[in-house]
Design a protein around this ligand. Sequence first.
Ligand SMILES: [Zn+2]
Length: 354
Amino acid sequence: MSCNYADGLSPYENKGVLGIAEKFDSAEEIEKKINQIIEMLETSKHVVVHTGAGISTTAGIPDFRGPKGVWTLEEKGEKPNLNISFNDAVPTVTHMALRCLVEKGYVQYIVSQNIDGLHLKSGLARRYLSELHGNMFIEQCNKCRRQFVRTTAAETVGQKPCGGACRRSCRGGILLDNILDWEHDLPERDLDLAFMHSTLADLNITLGTTLQIIPSGNLPLKNKKHNGKLVICNLQPTKHDKKADLIIHTYVDDILSKICKRLGLEIPNYSHDEDPTKSPNDDNQEWTIPAQQVKEIEKLYNAKQKAASAQRKAGKTQFTFFTKKEPVISKKKRKAEDAADSDDGIERKVKNEK
Ligand SMILES: [Zn+2]
């Protein structure tokens, strides 16, 4: 499929503010801001990163609202200049750096609006990722709702039949593409986890998004009532600049490279061997979020809310976020957890204000 998947979506009028000029901080400002974000990363206990189309432009995939974005050009009756197919696109420096930061315990969760599958291709484990608008390299059974990794991007958009019968041979189940159209509900488990992690984060960082789509764009503000911090990294102004504790205007690849260098981390290169779309096997072909994972976070979330409410009643404002970094779960343990999870999932309508 070409990168112009947007052609397959139904017409939609309100696409937000388009094509605002990009801004670049001076080298001196960037150095100062990198110092600040490093300090925040080192002192925060639960860091959630929110990614948008801006992190995939260096992979050759156009964004939506940038000066050359899909919707910006559409308004002028033009089409984006495409030089790569989704099947050939590979993760950027930012995607690989994020995987590294997660594995080293600096980032606890990633919430993405992107459907390009580049977080999946980077080798980031499903456990650390919510994909709010779907993923073109994933297909989902309409019966058991299990998700499976595809080796090629789906040819359809808008949750249409794309890949035959369910791979678990559940009775009558057929596979649908996983790309949401405007009117679709957001995937429940992804949204629940994104909401809870964002609320409990002492630091939310946004990368390459103007934060105009809701609910995705509002999630990074959810920790504000608990005095959590917000860092915005984007070239264009965003809807929530006024609420940010720090705004960095430069290329996200540069920001992530500088961060990793300062933390003494080597950003791994993209590898076919770690890309489930290139080397599908029994271990990595399923992409379903286990119901158990949602329950675990829910328990922590409820305990935190209860504690916060007790503090408020006692006249205190101090709120404790997650108290320790979530351990990286070993592959073996994760597999055992997934095997133990037999919940088919109950559909709960989530208001989609996209
Ligand atoms: Zn099925």
